[in-house]
Design a protein around this ligand. Structure first.
Ligand SMILES: [Zn+2]
Length: 367
């Protein structure tokens, strides 16, 4: 008779090579977040300073991370002086992606490359980026981006899902994932969504039936995630303005699980408007299958604080090359590397808090 030995399984035993994850590796990372009960911060970037700060922050925290660009961030990456805005939006995103592909593995963490909100008029932006991913995939077997977002929450549900299905059909053969939005995230995102300030309250909470409809339409096509609205808003406002109701996420998971007879937490959920959110609501949302929380406003403020403090402490160095009274040269102070670095360091520090809040510190799958 042999005694029954209970096998002890290490959770998240999967290891991945450091660098940008796409396809099967992306899906492994998302699954590890959900089974491990943690989430990754998804940080909006606008240039190499913010990209490098996010990579440094992830390396410091020994955590994996999502680097994402809004269409405005992508345009800024290409340079606002570029005349054709549409081209700047596409090429800026591609330039940022190539920068991250080249450097990420040297920071020793896994990085998801993603683009943020694209409403109906920005669908062609996503399609232009897909042209680049297809070219990359033909050459290397991998797409340029891990995932893209389509935010068609302003359109009727049927149209939202029909366009998402069309785009996901193009992404799935490359192993790419699509983030969709159901319900309306309040506040302002890159100028888009500012009109949501007056959105009626019901729209700020996603209906679980809509999520089930999305699951039915998209799960047969490819990998997707859902930015569901549970009272979250973009930006940081006075306390009391936001009433987060993460239980809406649980209701969606439970409905889909029951209706489609799936394992627990079948949905990959995304938390938009993470800046300024209450910590216990963040933990609760993560426990319901949120694997990604967007953070932009708080890291923007962190960068500005790092730079602003230095400028306020050294005002003369930003007005004179040489001190008009004692002739002291200020070159070492106005050198952009001096003050941009302080912005980066401030972002690195702020993101440590985000990794801790989301439970992802020390959990990188890289190695
Ligand atoms: Zn958002």
């Amino acid at each position: 008779m042999t005694a029954a030995v209970e096998s002890v399984q290490t959770p998240n035993a999967a290891r991945l090579p450091a660098g940008v994850v796409t396809g099967e590796r992306y899906r492994t990372l998302v699954a590890a977040c959900k089974s491990g009960g943690y989430a990754l911060p998804a940080v909006n970037v606008t240039g190499t300073n913010s990209v490098n700060a996010v990579l440094e922050a992830a390396a410091t925290a020994k955590a994996d991370v999502v680097i994402q660009l809004s269409n405005g961030g992508a345009r800024f990456f290409a340079g606002e002086g570029m005349k054709d805005e549409g081209t700047a939006r596409a090429l800026g995103a591609v330039a940022a992606a190539r920068h991250v592909h080249l450097l990420a593995q040297h920071y020793g963490v896994c990085v998801v490359l993603h683009t943020d909100h694209a409403n109906k008029k920005l669908v062609p932006w996503v399609e232009r980026m897909l042209d680049f991913s297809e070219e990359e995939h033909n050459r290397t077997g991998k797409p340029l981006f891990s995932s893209h977002m389509l935010d068609l929450s302003e359109e009727p549900l049927e149209e939202n899902l029909a366009i998402c299905a069309r785009i996901l059909k193009r992404m799935a053969p490359m192993g790419m994932s699509l983030e969709i939005e159901l319900g309306v995230t309040g506040g302002e995102e890159d100028g888009i969504g500012a009109e949501h300030d007056g959105a009626d309250n019901a729209k700020l909470y996603t209906q679980p039936e809509d999520v089930a409809q999305a699951f039915k339409t998209l799960s047969m096509i490819g990998h997707f995630s859902v930015a569901a609205s549970f009272g979250n808003v973009h930006g940081v406002y006075a306390p009391g303005n936001v009433k987060l109701r993460p239980e809406i996420l649980k209701k969606s998971q439970d409905l889909v699980q029951a209706q489609f007879k799936t394992p627990a937490k079948p949905l990959n959920l995304v938390f938009h408007g993470g800046s300024g959110s209450e910590k216990d609501k963040i933990s609760e949302a993560v426990s319901y299958g949120v694997f990604k929380m967007n953070i932009d406003t708080d890291t923007q403020f962190a960068f500005a604080q790092g730079v602003g403090k230095f400028v306020l402490e050294n005002p003369k160095a930003f007005q004179h090359q040489i001190d008009p009274v004692d002739g002291k040269p200020y070159k070492k102070l106005y050198d952009p590397r001096k003050w941009l670095r302080l912005g980066e360091k401030s972002v690195v520090e702020r993101l440590q808090e985000a990794f801790t809040d989301l439970g992802s510190k020390g959990k990188s799958l890289a190695g």
